[in-house]
Design a protein. Structure first.
Length: 336
């Protein structure tokens, strides 16, 4: 039991006996524990050196008394914990050196390929729950292994303080239920932007690992199990991080109302001449390129309501076309 503190089993047996009787000489130890005199003397000397027993001269010879366990063992446990921490750090360093050496000599350790929607989903969950600071997503239409509606861990991680940044392509936002799903994420703390199209599906965790689903298929051209590449620290990962930063800078910020809905009609300005929340919500979808019909369907309002609201925004901006509205929105910083 006390081996973690550097106390052997035989030493612990002698110390426990001394704690029980509050003191004994070598002869008593020999008789009570049935060990040789030389062994008893050696064990008592070792316990004395470790600070677990003290020596008191008596009429029958030297007596050994136990030092209180909390006083005697705490320093030993502290040193043991320090040694374990040092060893743990040493193991982590050696493991990283091993992995780094493996990556230099084996490209298979730089890019790992996993197959199957279940395996990809499990890997994504594992990486998400292991995140320390942030996750950054490229969200394309028709996901391979993880639908946005199934990303249950996002809200838990947002509550823990993990930052979520997501870029949605237009085709993704036009899928049934996606605008509402994105709105829920934004209200929970997700920072979202939209763009016309994304080059790949991807998630980057803490800038230390990325997962890119690959095209499913086989050598015969038939669709098969999906595959994904797991890319760890390397110049390839650096390039993916840079790609995300470029797409993020070019994307349009997405805004939602508190309720995630579009009011039937409102032409009032927000504080200081800014857009009202529902106007920012609508405009962010327009700038992202989502069609009027898709906006109406996603927000569960009429097509005419969407058109009327867009016309009001165009009049506000002094624009006669959608292109001019987008330009004026950027110039007036309406979506920053």
């Amino acid at each position: 039991m006390l081996e973690i503190a550097g106390i052997g089993a035989a030493e612990e047996r002698v110390y426990r006996h001394l704690v029980e009787v509050r003191g004994a000489g070598v002869d008593e130890i020999v008789q009570r524990l049935h060990i040789r005199e030389r062994e008893a003397a050696s064990l008592l000397s070792s316990l004395h050196d470790k600070g677990l027993v003290g020596r008191l001269p008596g009429d029958g010879g030297m007596r050994y008394v136990p030092v209180p366990p909390d006083v005697a063992l705490q320093p030993l446990l502290s040193r043991g914990q320090e040694a374990l921490e040092w060893a743990r750090r040493g193991v982590e360093q050696l493991a990283e050196e091993y992995r780094a050496g493996g990556r230099r000599h084996d490209a298979g350790q730089l890019v790992e390929v996993i197959t199957g929607a279940g395996a990809i989903r499990q890997q994504l969950r594992q990486l998400a729950y292991g995140a320390r600071s942030d996750l950054r997503w490229f969200c394309k239409a028709d996901p391979v292994a993880l639908r946005a509606q199934d990303n249950d861990e996002e809200f838990e991680l947002l509550a823990r303080g993990i930052r979520y940044e997501a870029i949605y392509e237009r085709a993704c936002l036009e899928q049934p239920g996606m605008v509402d799903n994105v709105a829920q994420g934004i209200r929970a703390g997700e920072v979202a932007r939209a763009t016309s199209a994304l080059p790949v599906r991807m998630v980057i965790v803490d800038s230390s690992v990325a997962v890119c689903p690959l095209m499913p298929g086989s050598t015969t051209g038939a669709r098969g199990e999906p595959t994904a590449a797991i890319i760890r620290s390397s110049t390839l990962l650096d390039a993916l991080v840079a790609l995300f930063d470029i797409q993020w800078a070019a994307g349009t910020p997405l805004h939602v109302t508190e309720a995630g809905e579009l009011a039937d009609f409102a032409d009032g300005m927000g504080p200081g001449g800014s857009l009202a929340d529902d106007e920012r919500y609508l405009l962010s979808l327009v700038v992202a390129g989502v069609t009027d019909k898709a906006i109406a369907t996603q927000l569960r309002v009429s097509h005419r309501t969407v058109q009327r609201r867009i016309t009001a925004l165009m009049q506000r901006a002094g624009a006669t076309t959608r292109t001019q509205l987008v330009w004026q929105a950027a110039r007036r910083d309406w979506l920053s």
